[in-house]
Design a protein around this ligand. Sequence first.
Ligand code: ADP
Ligand code: ASP
Ligand code: MG
Length: 402
Amino acid sequence: MLVVKKFGGTSVADNERIMNVAKRCIADYKAGNDVVVVLSAMGKQTDVLIDMARSINPTPPRRELDMLMTTGEQISVAMMAMAMDSLGVPAISLNAYQVAMHTTSVYGNARLKRIDTERIRNELDLKKIVIITGFQGVNKYDDYTTLGRGGSDTTAVALAAALHADKCEIYTDVEGVYTADPRIVPKARKLKEITYDEMLDLATLGAGVLHNRSVELAKKYGVRLVVRSSMSEAEGTVIKEVVKMERMLVSGVAADKNVTRISVVGLDDRPGVAFRLFDALAKANINVDMILQSIGRHDTKDITFTIPRDMEKDALDAIEGIKDTLNMEHVDTNSQVAKVSIVGAGMMSNPGVASKMFECLFNANINIRMISTSEIRVTVLIDEKEVEKAMNVIHDMFGLDD
Ligand code: ADP
Ligand code: ASP
Ligand code: MG
């Protein structure tokens, strides 16, 4: 059997934890399996590296930031190979360049395009445990790229797909996927299983337990994922196409604080205005999320939308760039907002889920600033300081606790 095992930063934060992970991987190896290990940087090393970059240049060139960030994963894989060697097991660490993990060129947010598997296969044939850097890739200029924060999960799933692995296990600092972030909602319950679609929505809407693109890839290539704890033997959560049990109305609540709301006020009410605005944002590589256009009156309208908070400056620059081609009165921004969402496949056939969510926010005196929905989710934009309260009351309302 070929197993891909991914361990996050907390799971390899110090020598003791590295040893613990090494022993877990060796147990699989000694049972006769081919073992590929994907690691994140140790502890909060990626944050430390970003601070280091900003200390010398507040807006570091994205290529150089990637060059710096990729060192984090390189340290952890080398340390792991050394730990395994000390336990008498042959192991080799490889970075994205050595494997050849090809990505698109966008620094800081690259997408994996192709992974060469030859080197990995050769090392496995030599009976070694192969330890690979998560989060990084190489673009067509032979430069290092990174896949976006939390991207090691995506490396692991992509490797599992490319190697046709039998199992892909994501080890982290909680025991699986919960009905809400257990650090914010103490009553959150661990899910036995969840569908790709629900997990994709939860991850995209802020449930940081998995990088959303890892779920997208897992669905595309049918990689069955297990999320579990690196500190205990507890059974984790399985993510797969269909779940056996009856679909729950709501399977989870997620929150995302990396949000800024931008309103462009007093635009002309004529064709092409929305196109020009969002085209400029798309060209600046900005992901727009919720969009609200007011009804036109006196020949003007307002367009309000949300973007990731760390893209605020880029977005305002992009709007400034088209100011002359669009009439607008002013631009208003608010970065003290956050999104709270409920996700569940059962919602599709059950009207009234959204109103139940709005009712409990009303009961908690929380004001809703924007709303957006899909077949299996409802998202509201609220004040950032009310996120914890909102998540807990919504979680209670839908009876998601045990
Ligand atoms: P790693 O370093 O292992 O990748 P992350 O910090 O990226 O770990 O992800 C694990 C964290 O995700 C947990 O500590 C938890 O606080 C958070 N989290 C958010 N939403 C959920 C959820 N629905 N279920 C489990 N954990 C969640
Ligand atoms: N080390 C990277 C980060 O902190 C990637 C990861 O942990 O998945 O974002
Ligand atoms: Mg993570």
